[in-house]
Design a protein around this ligand. Structure first.
Ligand code: C2O
Length: 533
């Protein structure tokens, strides 16, 4: 592979949206930030220079980082933050992956504006497993707050309650025309008969999003940088941290068509109904002509969401076969829960908390990866439970005990051991899926269901032949998802809900994967410029 160098200057930039302006933290002054292009097997260097007053880190979401956990990026998990005025160069090689991913800040809520696309092209001379598109377009979906994002979450932490939702969603940085700010929006220019590859990225903090284009079908060909059997659909659901590459054929001759992005949060509380819009405009169609409208999915959004996820079960088994672990060494069952704890310092007297297996994760003061590598004691324990700490029946009455315990507990895995993890949502508060993201691995999504996971009957229905491969999976509200992976990547790997508010509340933990005995089975030594806490 080739070596590619990028430079990320983290700078503040006053930016106008929704007819008002505010300073935001950006990479190179851009929102979204620059796209990183690399081919499979390339080595990437990104020199990050912090010019702002916040601590910063950057995460290469979905990049496997084989033996290079030091370059993964989550603050206090794999590195101490890059402090104001400091520099850190991320260095990693892309191995066995091709498709669309994203990069984003992995500290505080900075990823609201510090994010961008990471496009991995196939090795030179290797074609896509579908007809070559006429053009490729990156479509980044995000959220916009009129107020300062760090202040929004800061307030919520003080009160113990729920932070404000964003004021708009965005498509390639723009909400599109809205009532009190009727101008602007992203436009995709197309020519009749041509096919466009849309690399759709959900970089939003807190919303799963539906993506649609009026009077056009989309063909999904890849998710989370893994090819899938082509799937034709008119609606795509993409959770925060997830990516979906779809082909759009411009099969009309003329006209302008609306593209919509709307949140999946339909019941029981409708929190946020802001739909972002953009347009697809055929060559020769006047810019001022009205766009053909389309209604975003709404009344039956859950069914639309389930239908889309349900239809996306299979990998392309030809050129990229699934290698699902069939023998399981570690069979884990994690509940995904939200509860409340008493809080003396909170203005409301309580604090909303979230947890895996009733343990709300406490961030350490130094990086877990360094603690693991240098065998420091007192930073974490490796006693994360394989099943929930508090037993209850998820289909019965809601549990009386919503309290969670706190701790910096990790689950230890020997090198190359195999893992089955069932994630069971306890469905107590939120109506939406939890997009659970595992760093450092692609896992196989072998099963998914509504209600209680049944340890006897459900595993019989697992797809162990050609399941979809992902790095982020939506655990359905009041339901479960089962994943399998092989622990073939030494290091400390974060796992968390990619709804940022849930991460803040403690819905996170980490796996520590020990070195193997073989020559290429150990974590590489830390880079010399690794930041210190
Ligand atoms: Cu995309 Cu730990 O995050």
């Amino acid at each position: 592979g080739m070596v590619r160098h990028y430079k990320f200057n983290v700078v503040e930039k006053r930016t106008d949206r929704l007819c008002s302006s505010k300073p935001i933290v950006t990479v190179n002054g851009r929102f979204p930030g620059p796209t990183i292009y690399a081919r499979e097997d390339d080595t990437v260097f990104v020199k990050v220079v912090n010019h702002v007053s916040y601590n910063v880190t950057i995460h290469w979401h979905g990049v496997r980082q084989l033996r290079t956990c030091w370059a993964d990026g989550p603050a206090y998990i794999t590195q101490c933050p890059i402090q104001p005025g400091q520099v850190y160069t991320y260095n990693f090689t892309i191995t066995g992956q091709r498709g669309t991913l994203l990069w984003h800040a992995h500290i505080l809520w900075l990823r609201a504006t510090v994010h961008g696309a990471l496009v991995i092209l196939p090795k030179r001379g290797v074609p896509y497993p579908f007809p070559k598109p006429h053009k490729e377009k990156v479509i980044v979906l995000a959220e916009w707050w009129k107020s300062d994002v760090e202040a929004v979450i800061g307030e919520a932490i003080k009160s113990g309650g729920v932070p404000n939702v964003s004021d708009a969603h965005t498509i390639n940085s723009h909400p599109g025309p809205v009532a009190d700010c009727p101008k602007g929006g992203y436009e995709l220019a197309v020519r009749p008969g041509k096919t466009y590859m849309l690399r759709i990225i959900n970089a939003a903090l807190n919303e799963e999003l539906f993506f649609k284009i009026a009077r056009h079908q989309l063909t999904v060909v890849e998710v989370d940088a893994a090819y899938v059997k082509p799937l034709r659909t008119d609606t795509i659901l993409v959770g925060p941290g997830q990516t979906t590459t779809a082909l759009l054929t411009a099969y009309h001759t003329t006209g302008k068509y609306l593209m919509t992005v709307s949140p999946f949060m339909d019941a029981p509380v409708s929190v946020d109904n802001v739909t972002a819009t953009a347009t697809v405009r055929y060559a020769g169609t006047p810019a001022a002509s009205p766009a053909v409208p389309i209604a975003p999915p709404s009344p039956n959004a859950t069914w639309v969401a389930e239908g889309f996820v349900g239809s996306l079960r299979s990998l392309n088994t030809g050129a990229y076969p699934a290698r699902v672990p069939l023998e399981i060494d570690h069979s884990l069952f994690f509940t995904v829960g939200i509860g409340v704890n008493p809080c003396a310092t909170c203005t409301s007297g309580f604090r909303v908390v979230a947890d895996f297996n009733n343990i709300s994760f406490v961030m350490p003061k130094t990086a877990l990866l360094s603690a693991h590598y240098y065998k420091m004691t007192g930073v974490f324990t490796d006693d994360f439970p394989a099943k929930p700490m508090i037993r209850f029946n998820y289909t019965g009455a809601q549990p009386v005990n919503l309290n969670t315990m706190t701790g910096t507990r990790l689950y230890r895995l020997p090198y190359n051991s195999t893992v089955q993890l069932v994630l069971q949502d306890t469905g107590m508060v939120a109506p939406e899926n939890h997009p659970i993201h595992l760093h450092g691995f692609n896992f196989f999504a072998v099963g998914r269901g509504i209600g209680n996971f049944d340890p006897i009957t459900d595993p019989r229905k697992f797809n162990l032949v050609d399941p979809v491969e992902r790095n982020t999976i939506g655990v359905p509200s009041g339901g479960w998802a089962a994943i399998r992976f092989r622990a073939d990547n030494p290091g400390v790997w974060f796992m968390h809900c990619h709804l940022e508010v849930h991460t803040t509340w403690g819905l996170k933990m980490a796996f520590v994967v020990d070195d193997g005995e073989g020559p290429d089975q150990s974590l590489l030594p830390p880079p010399s410029d690794l930041p210190k806490c």
